[in-house]
Design a binder for this molecule. Structure first.
Ligand code: GLN
Length: 196
């Protein structure tokens, strides 16, 4: 079988870490900055970083509409942290002009865990990820404030959902790309392979 090419949206954020994690999970990966590059990939990761910056750059690079079209047409996508925010249909406290790609029927709250808790690690059981809990690295992370009927929560921390799947879309509030544990990326690579 031809291993499908997976893009990592390379406007801002921890792009290199996601490329390495995808390759560690046995996928083929490439950075995506332009619509022509987006057109060549069969799945896309939106990295952690700063969602307001990613949103502005996606508009400036002419990528926001093509991203929305690909996601609406069924391209698998995975967002970690800022990427989770980009895949949410709604943000509770957007910065002015902040737009999302959307696709997951959920409302997320940015920087939700509060100042004292800006960064922390927690062991997280993620439904669909075999082999026990993953180490969740949370950095100014969002949580899912509410989730629609079409989406499924895969994991919770302190009573809040921190991982969600809706069909071919996957989002985590934490950063598996920073831990060297490639199981979440493996799950996503399998979601991409399953499309053909
Ligand atoms: N707080 C950031 C945002 O709103 C997300 C942080 C992250 O991706 N580590 O985009």
């Amino acid at each position: 079988m031809n291993e499908p090419l997976i893009g990592v949206l390379a406007l801002q954020g921890d792009v290199r870490e996601h490329l390495a994690a995808l390759e560690g999970a046995g996928a083929r990966a490439t950075p995506v900055r332009r619509p022509e590059e987006l057109a060549r990939v069969r799945g896309l990761v939106i990295p952690g970083g700063e969602s307001t910056t990613i949103s502005k750059l996606a508009s400036a690079f002419g990528l926001l509409e093509p991203l929305r079209e690909r996601v609406a047409a069924g391209m698998p996508a995975y967002g970690s942290c800022a990427g989770m925010i980009m895949l949410a249909d709604k943000i509770l406290d957007p910065r002015s002009g902040q737009e999302t790609v959307g696709g997951i029927d959920m409302i997320v709250r940015r920087n939700a865990f509060g100042r004292q808790n800006e960064s922390f690690e927690a062991s997280v059981d993620v439904a669909g990820v075999p082999g026990g809990p993953v180490q969740g690295v949370f950095i100014r992370a969002p949580w899912v404030e509410s989730i629609g009927a079409a989406a499924e929560s895969l994991a919770e921390v302190d009573g809040h959902s921190v991982a969600v799947r809706q069909g071919r879309l996957l989002a985590t509030a934490f950063h598996p790309e920073l831990t060297g544990d490639h199981r979440v990326h493996r799950l996503f690579a399998e979601m991409v392979r399953a499309v053909d």
